[in-house]
Ligand binder design. Sequence first.
Ligand code: NAP
Length: 310
Amino acid sequence: MPQPYDIIIIGGGAAGFTAGLYAARDRCRALLLERFSAGGQVLNCEHIENYPGFPDGVAGYTLGPLLQQQATSLGLELQLTEVCAIQRDGEAFVLQTDGGTLHTKALIVATGSSFSTLGIPGEEEFVGKGVSHCAACDGAFFMDQPVAVVGGGDAAIDEGLHLTQYASHVTVIHRRTALRACRLLQERARANDKLSFCWNSVVREIEGDTGVERIRLEDVTQGTPSTLDVAGVFLYIGLTANTLFLGDLVPLNANGQIVTDLWMRTATPGVLAAGDVRSDSSRQLVSAAGDGATAALAAIRYVRTGEWQR
Ligand code: NAP
């Protein structure tokens, strides 16, 4: 059997790379596995203004590679591969990946979350043809055309504002009349002439021929149907934790998030979780990084001393 890693981290977002940075600085043999590209959710953000140390904000596609560069320059190994299954092997863990089998003493799950979907007709059919979860990637395709954004959280309002740079008009469709988004984003949205709100409304269907042409709406207070002509629909209705591949390795909460204690430890000795994927995460970039540091410190202690409970 090949020499096991001390710590394998699954997921290359802020949580994963921060964990990797701490593990590498403490001279652990640490490997980070990422299935797409470094950065995670931040890669979808054009402008991040709530990560400390960047007074002018920073683009997600700038920050992602910086996270990677900082951790790998300190000795973190990186493999672009997807983890398919994980088994326990005594005190250690065996990971089946696209690239082969890996062994580790401790595991930090930092796989983040994916955008939730509405499950309505037309949603899946028009992905890449008008339906999107990424204003930074797809916004420019809708130059001078009307688009809709669905949701009332930070992501919907932030990305809706970003879309006003391209679209002729942005309609934010929200199922009630109070937004979840932070007040600063709300103020900006209300001051923007190119953005308006469609309150108390849900999308029932996305329609078009070769691409999105219109959405069918329903007013949830009256049950009244209506139609809105749009070329694009950006869906920001929350996030779903990426935990499916874990099987029954660790207990999950009712939302499919990994249950941890304050040191990011799960009920399974040797397995930790950090960032959006864990229960009670505040789902902020900065707290994901903090989780990553905490998880790494607890994992290092476990690998070196075997101590799990503090
Ligand atoms: P979120 O805060 O969970 O908001 C999701 C929104 O979608 C809510 O307004 C919710 O309505 C609505 N919604 C949920 N299910 C729906 C459905 N089936 N139909 C219609 N509407 C539905 O999600 P998020 O905006 O993606 O943000 C996730 C986390 O990332 C948050 O912690 C957020 O702070 C963070 N984030 C921050 C920034 C930033 O700071 N710039 C940017 C992106 C994300 P209700 O309000 O009625 O529940």
